[in-house]
Design a protein around this ligand. Structure first.
Ligand SMILES: Cc1ncc(COP(=O)(O)O)c(C=O)c1O
Length: 400
């Protein structure tokens, strides 16, 4: 089945309870389950027979979502978690469990992932170092130097939209015995499928494109065969699993992922083209830019003709106050945080996603004070443009 069909059908049972149409997977709120006999309960607990025992271990609604996302990413199995950060934590722990406690991470990633490294892993002796993941010679040298147990990258980096060669990084990691974990939140399986390029685990903030409507906090870890049992065991003991209601909403969101994402990609393309010639815009970052520094990787990894629904741009002459005033003037676009929703979202990394990291680190990542990120929604693109244009023109006039 093509991915546009999988989003609608994968994970569904053939016939729902009481003959219900299968695409409305029920929300199973029960935390415990009945058995014919204690002997059967014993078999299910012992994993000799399929079934559910307790919702921290598994749940039928979560299982349907996990089956769906596993199919979309081409994985062996997956875990639905309470947030994208919980998914990252589990993935790092699974990667490092039987490997050296050293992570080599891309140097331009989501700010909270850097914070997680500093506050959750480094205090327990895990070493984190950073490398330009788009410079394969530098990656090779860093792997030889650091001997990491885990290499980490985002399939499309946040917020500068750099794209590293997942396939080449996977080869280098595998040769050194390290696991490759890829955060593919920005890409979705419609744009890139990292497991097909050799990654061991793919992480999503399901809060974003997968759920897609700004009403769910969730995450996914999609695994190869080697890491699946470890991921499930870690979840069983730590318990950061997704609630069944959120699972239901995420599945319901995924049914329309293909049509939403296609429209978001189209809108982002138009926005990037128009903003590139806007007098108040200094520079646009967009994966479809013909002179994108990672154009070769994009051609190799991305679904042909798609470049994602996100772009970032720098406002000419704007300081922090100028950017904030620009945001205040937006009327329709939601200026806050997050991405991947049906409505267009604008984020200011300096005060949001990358707020908690030092200005020096931000500078090293190339995130300037006048940079904003736009996650295109599914509205009419003329309305998005008109909102941006009105707010920008005032910003420009103010900057002189
Ligand atoms: C790339 C990326 N990864 C992970 C996360 C964390 O996801 P969550 O907020 O669902 O915990 C985010 C959130 O913005 C993100 O942008």
């Amino acid at each position: 089945m093509k991915i546009e069909t999988q989003v609608v059908h994968a994970g569904d049972r053939k016939r729902g309870d009481g003959g219900a149409v299968p695409s409305t997977t029920p929300i199973h709120l029960a935390t415990t389950y009945f058995y014919e006999s204690t002997a059967q309960l014993d078999r299910v607990f012992g994993q000799e027979e399929e079934g559910h025992t307790y919702s921290r271990y598994s749940n039928p609604t979560n299982e349907a979502l996990e089956t769906l996302v596993t199919a979309l990413e081409g994985g062996f199995g997956s875990l639905a978690t309470a947030s994208g950060m919980a998914a990252l934590q589990i993935a790092f722990q699974a990667a490092l469990l039987e490997r050296p406690h050293r992570v080599l991470a891309a140097n331009a990633i989501y700010g909270s992932t850097v914070k997680m490294a500093e506050q959750l892993f480094m205090p327990f002796g895990v070493d984190f170092s950073y490398v330009d993941i788009c410079d394969l010679d530098a990656v090779e040298r860093a792997i030889a130097d650091k001997q990491p147990g885990c290499v980490f990258m985002e399939s499309v980096s946040n917020p500068l939209l750099r794209v590293g060669r997942i396939d080449k990084v996977a080869e280098l990691a595998r040769a050194a015995g390290a696991a490759l974990v890829v955060d593919s939140t920005f890409a979705t399986p419609l744009l890139v499928r990292p497991l097909e390029f050799g990654a061991n685990m793919v992480v999503h903030s399901a809060t974003k494109y997968l759920a897609g409507h700004g009403d769910v906090l969730g995450g996914m870890v999609v695994c190869d065969e080697e890491h699946y049992e470890t991921v499930r065991t870690l979840a069983r003991v730590a318990g950061p699993v997704l609630g069944p209601f959120e699972s239901y909403l995420t599945m319901r969101g995924i049914k329309t992922l293909a049509v939403r994402f296609e429209r978001q990609c189209e809108n982002a393309k138009v926005l990037a083209e128009r903003l590139a010639t806007h007098p108040c815009v200094e520079r646009v970052y967009y994966c479809g830019d013909p002179v994108h520094p990672d154009a070769c990787a994009i051609k190799h990894l991305f679904t042909p003709g798609m470049y994602g629904g996100i772009l970032s741009f720098e406002i000419k002459g704007a300081d922090k106050a100028g950017v904030m005033a620009f945001m205040d003037r937006l009327k329709m676009i939601v200026a806050g945080t997050s991405l991947g929703d049906v409505h267009t979202l604008l984020l200011y990394p300096t005060i949001a996603s990358h707020r908690d990291i030092s200005p020096k680190m931000r500078e090293r990542m190339g995130i300037r004070e006048n940079l904003v990120r736009v996650a295109a929604g599914i509205e009419a693109v003329e309305d998005i443009l008109a909102d941006l244009d009105a707010a920008l023109s005032t910003a420009c006039a103010k900057a002189g």
